[in-house]
Design a protein around this ligand. Structure first.
Ligand code: NAD
Length: 260
């Protein structure tokens, strides 16, 4: 059903975004990968995905803090694949600090990457989706888009904002064949979370695995990490016809975190 659709997945050289890109490529989508990393490693990922799934896969290194680079990436996607049918806004970073010591430059970077970049990709993608009368916009929010934790002022603000943007875009596109949704993961064991596990291990004098269990026990009732593949399959479902009436939703995939 998704064969031949074109997808842009921001922040897809690692973690959740890479899993989402792999899941869409496995459905036969053409995919624009985005994100930073070792060029040889990115090329290995790109060519492996193209070989395995037959779709065309390209990488664009647009920095999500730079609106002009975002515009260029979206233009490249349209030129290469004739439009952007599926847009997954996933790039994100974290920084933890009490709010009165939070470095302003970290605040600005988190708001730019975790929130404003989605505004820019969406405004460039929508005209193409409207022309085709079909589109799927899927934003990676977080449990932190629904509830707060200490020391994450910028991240929690950006993710709450992203859920607000999701709702507005859903209303503005309702009935047009385009849907816009956010999903809200709990802990997923990616490099972004590994850094927090390492900090916790150091702070509490624990081994890495003890610190990982400690992190889960604080917030995630299932006591299990969300698997990247589970998120990939959720995104594929949101792209399906079965999900055509799901729009403006914030879907938790968090082992019970926000049920508490
Ligand atoms: P990750 O660090 O593994 O991946 C982040 C990706 O974003 C990488 O591809 C990186 O290159 C890219 N990126 C970072 N800065 C960028 C920039 N300026 N321009 C372009 N790309 C940039 O992290 P992850 O855990 O996979 O996080 C992906 C998304 O999932 C983020 O939005 C994060 O907030 C969200 N999230 C993660 C978790 C979790 O537990 N890991 C939970 C909830 C939400």
């Amino acid at each position: 059903m998704l064969k031949g659709k074109s997808a842009v997945v921001t922040g897809s050289t690692s973690g959740i975004g890479l899993g989402v890109a792999r899941a869409l490529a496995a459905q036969g989508c053409n995919v624009v990968l985005n994100g930073f990393g070792d060029p040889a490693e990115i090329e290995r990922i790109r060519s492996e995905m193209a070989r395995a799934d037959g779709g065309r896969i390209i990488h664009h290194g647009a920095d999500m803090t730079q609106p002009d680079e975002i515009e260029e990436m979206m233009g490249v996607a349209v030129k290469a694949f004739g439009g952007v049918d599926i847009l997954c806004n996933n790039a994100g970073i974290q920084h933890t600090s009490p709010v009165d010591g939070f470095p302003p430059e970290k605040w600005n970077a988190i708001i730019a990457i975790n929130l404003s970049s989605s505004f820019h990709t969406i405004r460039h993608a929508l005209p193409h989706m409207k022309k085709k009368g079909w589109g799927r916009i899927i934003n990676t929010a977080s449990a932190h888009g629904l509830v707060a934790s200490v020391n994450k002022a910028a991240y929690v603000s950006a993710k709450h904002g992203l859920i607000g943007l999701t709702k507005v875009v859903a209303l503005e596109t309702a009935g047009s064949g385009i849907t816009c949704n956010a999903f809200c993961p709990g802990w997923v064991r990616t490099p972004l979370v590994e850094t927090q596990i390492e900090a916790r291990a150091k702070q509490l004098g624990l081994s890495i695995e003890e610190a990982a269990r400690n992190l889960l026990s604080e917030k995630q009732p299932s006591q299990q990490f969300v698997q990247i593949d589970q998120i990939g399959q959720l995104v594929v479902f949101l792209c399906s016809d079965a999900a055509a009436q799901i729009t403006g939703a914030s879907i938790s995939i968090d082992g019970g975190w926000t049920a508490q």
